[in-house]
Design a protein around this ligand. Sequence first.
Ligand SMILES: [Zn+2]
Length: 238
Amino acid sequence: MVKNLQEMRKRVCAANKSLPKHGLVKFTWGNVSEVCRELGRIVIKPSGVDYDLLTPENMVVTDLDGHVVEGDLNPSSDLPTHVRLYKAWEEVGGIVHTHSTEAVGWAQAGRDIPFYGTTHADYFYGPVPCARSLTKEEVDGAYEQETGSVILEEFSKRGLDPMAVPGIVVRNHGPFTWGKTPEQAVYHSVVLEEVAKMNRLTEQINPRVEPAPKYIMDKHYLRKHGPNAYYGQKGDVH
Ligand SMILES: [Zn+2]
C-alpha cells in the first residue's frame, strides 16, 4: 500500500517526540524512522535536533538507500542502520533506536534479556538477543551500516523471526526495536525498557532465578499474536 508522505512525516515526528515522554531518551539520544517501499521513501529524525523543535516539515526524507531527497537538515547518523534493516526485513515498517538506561545495562553487560515473565512474552517470543560487539574494522569502516549487519547476523545465526522478537540489544551500545509501524516500534522500545528493568530487579531479588516455563511464553505470546489470537480488539496494532 502506498503511503502518504505528509502522513509519514507527521507520524515520524510524533513518534520521535514520544521518546522523551516515555523516558527513553536524554538530550537527542534516540531516533525513529518509517519506510514506504512502494513510495521508495524513508522518513527519519534530523540529526542532533532537540525533540521540542521537531516538526513534520523538518523530518528528513530519503530514498531506500538513505540518500536525502527532501529536507535541509542532515538525517540521524544512525540512518544506515535503519536502511540495512529495512532492506533485509520486508515486514518492518518502523524502527527505533535509543540509549534507554535499563536496556543499555544489558547491552553493556553483554547479556541476552532472559524470559522471566508474562510482560516479556506478551511482545517478545523468546529472550531478547544481545548481538556481539562490532570489530575494530567494522567500527573504522561503515560503522552504522555494520551495526545493522551485526543485528541481521545475530537473527540469522539464531534463526529468529524479527516480527516475533521485535528488538535486540547490541553489545557495548544499546537497544534497537522495530514494528509494522513507527508507533509499534516505539511501543516495543517501551516494553523492552520495562522488561530490562523488571529483569534486573528479578536477578537482584533472586540471583539464581531460572527462565520462566515455555508454556507460559506460548500462552501469552500466542493469545496476542498466534493464529487464534483472542487478546484485545480486532485490528489492534499492538
Ligand atoms: Zn546509539
